[in-house]
Ligand binder design. Structure first.
Ligand code: 2HG
Ligand code: ZN
Length: 508
């Protein structure tokens, strides 16, 4: 029988192996695609003096050590050499900065919480870093419609905590919620853990305030659900990765906060059974299904090494699934979830599982999923691939990558690669392939790129499901977009940013 009463914590002797590390990662520019600094102006004292007129002294940073956190990305994979960080507090300040940068031909990289995973939010050379962290005011909340208007630098978790008090929820949730900004998630069109329930930001963002590359402020920050007056220009900025304008304000439609959340963590014997469970979950849980996350065995090995606590399931399995339901009546939701799991267990679709009994256990179970990215950094470095693939072949890429790394003698004890793990948002057809490494290594990168992109393209997938292209995939857009589409993208960039001062060296 399926045990739904407690989270089992009976693991005394873990069979999850521990991982031996033998070196730390050193950041080198060798792994960068071949790019040369473009013909932007070099920063001078005169430029700095002008920025000092726009901002007060504590909003302008030139100290090398302080700049490091902004020059380098979270994975410590990409590092620029900016000599200036600007921290405006208002849209007008952003506008003045950008206007002057444009006049002077100075390149600028907009930066939110710097939690991006494709090197999109850090400079490549000496671009000025424009942090939006100082734009952190809540503008308004309409409790009748659920429409929230905030500055772009508001931290996602703060926005959600605010909404919680009003009985609403932010329609996006992700592991980096404690640091990422609302504007950043919009600029990258982040997907997160509940896209299955709330859809993409292209649907929930109602309006944006944006500073264009010439400094002009364009505001469509309205509170209208319907507006069919010509082109919906805001859509272009959603997912543009800071290449068309700087988002300074966001208006977003927030749904009522569910009153009951339940989470089950399941063990499954094959990827075919994962798919079968997904079909059944959609049919039997219906509207209360809010997340369906896949984790492979090796991802849990890394996570166990990182968390150093007992795994929720006693037995090991090739795959694990986290299912979340959310609704308005806990008795109803729990009965439905238990009935679904009972059926899945009887028909041997799933082999094992636990249901969280309270909020702490819900957090514990989510932690085994949300900690995978951090756990993949165990050796200090990680190659990440974030792809959309039709569900039939979704997991297969992980095996293909692992086999290729083994054939090339790059994976194993004493080799650069610790392991290749696959996990992700099955409900959205989105796989995360993380290749954990002991050090960044040209041979590993050559083994995986463009192999992964070719493989995905061969399955009619997308080489970026949610993290964007950034710097990592700057040369690979052709695997997901046609020549005609790329031409249009370049034309749009030329129209919005003729001097190409915003976030250069990235995908466009
Ligand atoms: O780090 C990754 O590869 C995935 C990060 C994030 O999109 C997630 O789903 O946890
Ligand atoms: Zn994800």
């Amino acid at each position: 029988m399926f045990n739904s009463t407690v989270i089992k914590r009976a693991i005394t002797r873990s069979r999850f192996q521990s991982i031996r590390l033998n070196s730390t990662v050193k950041l080198t520019k060798d792994s960068y695609p071949n790019v040369a600094r473009a013909n932007y102006a070099k920063l001078t004292d005169e430029h700095i003096a002008k920025f000092q007129e726009i901002l007060s002294s504590n909003q302008l940073i030139t100290d090398k050590d302080e700049l490091l956190n902004y020059n380098e990305d979270w994975m410590k994979k990409y590092r620029g050499e900016s000599q200036l960080l600007l921290k405006p507090k208002t849209t007008e300040e952003v506008s003045e900065i950008i206007k002057y940068a444009s006049e002077q031909n100075l390149a600028v990289v907009p930066q939110g919480g710097n939690t991006g995973l494709v090197g999109g939010s850090v400079p490549v050379f000496d671009e000025i870093i424009l942090s939006l962290a100082g734009l952190n005011k809540f503008r308004s909340f309409d409790s009748t419609s659920g429409i929230l208007k905030v500055d772009s630098g508001v931290i996602l978790e703060n926005a959600d905590n605010f909404l919680k008090e009003q009985g609403y929820i932010f329609p996006l949730d992700l592991g980096a919620k404690g640091s990422c900004h609302v504007g950043g998630v919009v600029a990258t069109n982040a997907g997160g853990l509940r896209l299955l329930r709330y859809g993409s930001l292209h649907g929930s963002v109602l309006g944006l305030e944006v500073v264009l590359p010439n400094g002009e402020i364009v505001s469509s920050i309205n509170a209208l659900r319907k507006d069919n007056t010509g082109y919906d220009l805001k859509q272009l900025f959603i997912g543009s990765e800071g290449t068309l304008g700087v988002i300074t304000g966001v208006s977003i439609l927030c749904p009522p906060r569910p009153k009951s959340f339940n989470v089950a963590f399941l063990g499954v014997e094959s990827y075919d059974k994962v798919k079968e469970t997904f079909v059944k979950a959609k049919a039997e849980l219906g509207e209360i299904l809010s997340a369906f996350e896949l984790m492979d065995h090796n991802s849990q090995v890394l996570t166990k090494n990182h968390l150093k606590t007992s795994h929720p399931l006693e037995e090991e399995h090739p795959f694990y699934i986290l299912i979340e339901t959310s609704g308005s009546n806990n008795t109803h939701d729990m009965e439905k979830l238990e009935a679904f799991l009972e059926n899945a267990f009887e028909s041997e679709t799933i082999s094992d599982g636990v249901i969280a009994q309270d909020e702490t256990q819900i957090k514990t179970l989510w932690n085994w999923r949300e900690s995978i990215p951090e756990s993949s950094q165990i050796g200090g470095g990680v190659y990440k691939y974030d792809v959309s693939i039709p569900l039939d072949d979704l997991y297969e890429l992980t095996n293909a990558a692992r086999e290729r790394l083994i054939e090339a003698d790059l994976l194993g004890e004493g080799k650069p690669v610790i392991d290749a793990v696959g996990y992700g948002h099955v409900g959205d057809g989105n796989l995360h392939l993380n290749v954990a490494v002991r050090h960044y290594d040209k041979a590993v990168e050559k083994c995986l790129e463009p192999f992964v992109y070719e493989w995905v393209s061969g399955k009619n997938g997308s080489i970026s499901a949610e993290h964007g292209l950034g710097f990592q995939k700057k040369n690979y857009i052709g695997y997901s977009k046609s020549e005609a589409e790329i031409k249009l993208i370049k034309q749009l960039k030329g129209l919005y940013d003729p001097k190409a001062i915003l976030n250069p060296y990235k995908y466009v």
